[in-house]
Design a protein around this ligand. Sequence first.
Ligand SMILES: [Ca+2]
Ligand SMILES: [Ca+2]
Ligand SMILES: [Ca+2]
Ligand SMILES: [Ca+2]
Length: 866
Amino acid sequence: SLQVLERSEHHAVLELRTGGFYAVRQADGSVVLEIPGMEEIPDPGLPALPVKRAFVDAVVGRGVRLGAVVPRDVVSFPDLVPALSGRPEMVQSGEGVVRARVRRAGGARSLDGGLFPVSAARLAGTAFQGELKKALLELWPLRWDSSAKRLELARRLVVRLEFAGNEEGESSRGALSRGRRVPSRLRLSGDRPLADLAVEQRGLYAVRFEDLFGPLHPRVSASELRLSRQGDAVAFHIEPAGSSFGRGSVLYFFTEGAALNPYGKEAVYELSLSRSGGPTMPLVSAHPSGDVLSSASSLERWEENKSFQPGLLEAPDLWLWDTLVAPVRKSYHFVVGSVGSASEASPLTVFLQGGSDQDGVDDHHVRVWVNGTAAGDVVWDGMTPKAFSASLAPGIVHEGDNLLEVESLGDAGATYSLVFLDRFELVHPRALSAAGGVFEASFPLSGSAEVSGLGLGSLLLDLTSPNTPQWLFGASTTQSGLAFRVETGRRYLALSAQNVLHPEVRSPIPSALRSRLNRAEYLVIGPDAFLPAAQPLLDLREGQGLVVKAASLEEVYQEFGHGEATPQAIRDFIAYAYHFWRGPLLRYVLLLGDASYDYKDFLHSGAPNPLPPLLVKTSYLWTASDPAYAAVNGDDLLPDLALGRLPASTMEEAHALVDKVVAFETSGLTLTEGPAVLVADNPDGGGDFESSAQRVAPLLAASHTVETIFLREQGSATRPAIASALDRGAALMSYLGHGGIAVWASENVFNNQDVALLAPQSRQPVLLTMDCLNGYFHFPFLNSLAEELLKAQGKGSIASFAPSGLSLHEPADLFHQALIREITSGAHPRLGDAVLAAQADFAQTGAFPELLSIYNLLGDPALRIR
Ligand SMILES: [Ca+2]
Ligand SMILES: [Ca+2]
Ligand SMILES: [Ca+2]
Ligand SMILES: [Ca+2]
């Protein structure tokens, strides 16, 4: 047990007492060590030792430092060698159910000698939860002495924390540990926006003065203009006079296009009036001189994004082109134009990604072919990215259609190899002619380039530095095109005037979202089109005495997303309202809109993404985290306000979801009456779900009749028993067990197709699903089970609390107990208050904090529960 022995504004002394531990011997003689209430932090190849995590109240405005760490009453165990730690892994079992496990590593990493870890305590950082500042401490009562080959247990571990030094950016609120920290990402700009310039294609863009201003608008000095994307300055150039922008002027900028934006099909540039101004393109002379060059080369890229692989934690891109299960050979056609003749080789790079890993062996062996000629081989290990590079001999790549083949041989050592193709790129010799009016190339030598196919008024840029292109002048017009000076290794873009692109010019909509005179305790955020559907709910909440406000996402994106529809904009807006709006404090945030991980609609699924997900990296996969939207105080992931989502994918769904909540409350329903139903999967290595259900039953029994539905007892009667419990109308329902996106238990005892068959209910319960993935609400192909129950009209659930990621039973059990305790305590009038309190209670247990990020409230956080 962990106790605070001493505490002042300058320090705290804590003591962890550990009576003993469990050691389970493995086949290789090592032991897996377990201490109740402690967890392993996976780190493959290092000794696996239980860790006690603790959130300790810290002091606002002061730094936190770890002082003395003193192990006492130390006992040695010479014959126990700890098993090696491994990697968290997601395993798919039947019916789409996933399970979490740690796969033990085969090979040990070398240790320095002496005790591991060197210090029995570590300070893992500080965080705000609500307005409480906390330090996260990790304590190792058991350590491994690799020199003496023995395990040491400190029965008492005494740790001192010092609160000293100034911590910038934190402001105190009354008590030592209470305060605020504005997230560092909330930068404010004093620039005055003139226009948003939206682009899709890669290329050189032009905006005329007349596109932005009326005929009477005075000239603007170039030194007052700033062009930026997502807040970062982008160099521009004005013609004909570089220094001022007036009637007849054109402003040019270069962009990689929508590829820059992972969240949408366009990139948006902001042009603003700024006192400090922004960078302009350097002007460089390209007057032709030197030997006339005959060869050039072009870089071309091919990429298709056909499958989303959120489980690839080390992948630079989760969107991949193709899947190769060895042995297999697959082909990809690609077209190359304007191929020149040259004696140089063509560098080819194929970006691959490992998707499987077997221990102790290399997993992947891939051979690449171009037009039937082998380009080479690559062997690598594990679920890591690999760039295969080769030089193709002259003549292999030709004008027109070419063929890339990727062969995964499956002979690297692993019995199973899964490889993904991400993309490939090729540098090929390029003829000095502008096909279709555009020429982009670099040159093996410096000298004079004469490029044909470029008309009068053609433009020339040096793109070597992507954020600051150079504007080249002094090129001379030849009979067939343009002649200009080039330097070896630099990249040039020459294009005819008619190939210059034009952005969509948008005037900023007037917005008051940044006004500090705004107030809201209850804030609804959704697409403009959905907000009218929220009105009955806003009226209801206002009638209950809350200060309410609705904000449209379109406005949020403009004010906080630099014009782009990014999840970060939504998070920043909520943080801004929390920190800077006038009181009372923002407490409840309702997101109105469903989500999809397919932000750019790569899959053409037709699934809308009205309120995009904020993806976080967990131990097992990248997944949506609504609590991350609520993490507004501090630079941490701990949620600070009560946030929920009504995942409407259409207007009809928005109305139905809102009406369900309004109907529930206006008919006087709360959670104080009606039975509580506990559904448990059969006990297995994943957890003893029945015992967990039995542990919370007494908490519920004071206020509810408690019904249990155990799969082990009911077998095939489980499904009708669940349906009947819902049909009869429950106040609370929990499911404890294994799960998938749309299903409970590998035996499939309930799934989202069962929802339609439910009878209309007199009341709908709050549903707690303590399993895996039931709240994977950003899946574009179907509703997760928690959503399906919430979306059902007149039945299902009134709110669902469910994970979008992988849950582990022991910490989930603690979270569940905290939720039941807080919901039934009578202390919280609204569901979100109970969830916030349960999140704080759960954090205090020190168990797997990741669960705070993945358990999402699908429902109105201001739902009256008593
Ligand atoms: Ca990709
Ligand atoms: Ca391997
Ligand atoms: Ca926080
Ligand atoms: Ca959904």
